[in-house]
Design a protein around this ligand. Structure first.
Ligand SMILES: [Zn+2]
Length: 81
């Protein structure tokens, strides 16, 4: 007989990731925007705003970037329902 309510244990990275994905999935407009903006250029660098170098906005982050990965996971959650 084990009690329940073990909420206070530290959450694993997987659980934290799932929580963030669920939060983003609650905003389908945001997900769609990120997926539209964060595309690779011909060199495979992300063209999304916020992924370029500060100031000039030159793409410097390899695609898929963290934002795109997050949005894609949220999108998969939305479609899976
Ligand atoms: Zn990006």
């Amino acid at each position: 007989m084990q009690g329940t309510g073990d909420d206070r244990r530290p959450r694993s990275p997987d659980e934290l990731w799932a929580g963030v994905v669920a939060e983003v999935a609650a905003m389908p407009d945001v997900v769609a925007n990120i997926l539209r903006e964060h595309r690779p250029d011909e060199r495979g660098l992300c063209l999304g705003s916020g992924c370029g170098s500060p100031g000039r906005g030159e793409p410097i982050i390899k695609w898929p970037c963290a934002l795109y990965t997050l949005a894609a996971a949220a999108d998969a959650t939305l479609r899976g329902r």
